[in-house]
Design a protein around this ligand. Sequence first.
Ligand SMILES: Nc1ncnc2c1ncn2[C@@H]1O[C@H](COP(=O)(O)OP(=O)(O)OP(=O)(O)O)[C@@H](O)[C@H]1O
Ligand SMILES: [Mg+2]
Length: 394
Amino acid sequence: MANVSLQHIKKVYPNSETKKKKKGEPEKKSNLQITEEGVLAVQDFNLEISDREFIVLVGPSGCGKSTTLRMVAGLEDISGGDLLIDGKRMNDVEPKDRDIAMVFQSYALYPHMTVRENMEFPLKLRKMPKDEIDRRVNQAAETLGITEYMDRKPKALSGGQRQRVAIGRAIVREPKVLLMDEPLSNLDAKLRNQMRAEILKLRQRINSTFIYVTHDQTEAMTLGDRIVIMKDGVIQQIGTPQEVFDHPANLFVAGFIGVPQMNFFDAELVKKDGKYAVELGGVSVAISDEKQANLEKNGVQPQAITLGVRPEHIALLGDGAQMLHGTVDVSEMMGSAIHLHVTSQGKDVIIIVQTMDLRGPNQVSITSGQDIAFTFGGNVVHLFDRETGKNLEA
Ligand SMILES: Nc1ncnc2c1ncn2[C@@H]1O[C@H](COP(=O)(O)OP(=O)(O)OP(=O)(O)O)[C@@H](O)[C@H]1O
Ligand SMILES: [Mg+2]
């Protein structure tokens, strides 16, 4: 049981001299801010985590997820700000005294110990009575379905089984806070899905607060009560999976959350007879009432915008004149849907067409090179400032 509060947390690494870039080496992707202090790996990180909440930190490589987690664990010094657990400042508390357990991507099991010994180890360190150790280890083994491997060494286990042991070793401590850094990324796709479901079940059975790091947006969406999306050491948005999907705070979040990615168009936001509309490709789309109100509230002026529309919100069948046009580059058959890659308005556009609906199979036969017409409603558009990328409704 624990709430965790991160207040203006900052991490500065010394600015090691930039190595000479070798020829042909790719450009460094991260754009961390550099000040006199050094490299800002995490900036002004603010988050109030409730007791038993499941928080997921997500973002591209190098955005500061692990650094943030390691600061919570005490494996990394906090350069600025306050970390509180149940109201107590933890910045200078030793890792072992924080009542936190961490599961790493690499499992980090002791190879010379059996599964049981691996799981007992943190409890023996704490000089817990033998019968309490047995009770906890057996219960964790049961929870994770590893009872039959208890006498094996880690090398005699599959990746998924090892990962379960690593999680088992963390939960036997019944920690207030359970930290996980990409625990599933060494597993194949099928096992990942399975373990994702296992983690969801686990969280219902134990009382810990979870902070989970991943770069996989699907994992973030399916596991998190709330998701924290980071880029270049800066939080971009915090919200429930539905909130960040429906109302992305900016272009980055819009592009990061959702598969396939949201489509982006250059468009004009105009106002006619006091009502907002978007214009592109000679077509005008009236904005829904709810969105009108949000734009009014923010006093948004007509301007050049980046228009976002999710692939699943585009329809191929519309009525007549108000259609956008494009040419199909490729058509990917996914079984329940077809993903069309289309060139339109000088952009790559992805359109999802369901192959089956409630009325039965959809008669879609679309081939490469074919010209198509498509449309979308004024209730599914996302409007971003062309310069700043900020959501104009936010
Ligand atoms: N000891 C260090 N000294 C200097 N810079 C560091 C150090 N450790 C990490 N960094 C930098 O801090 C940034 C954040 O690193 P971090 O490991 O937190 O990223 P991440 O979001 O976990 O990425 P990944 O998904 O690749 O694990 C990176 O740009 C990294 O290069
Ligand atoms: Mg990391």
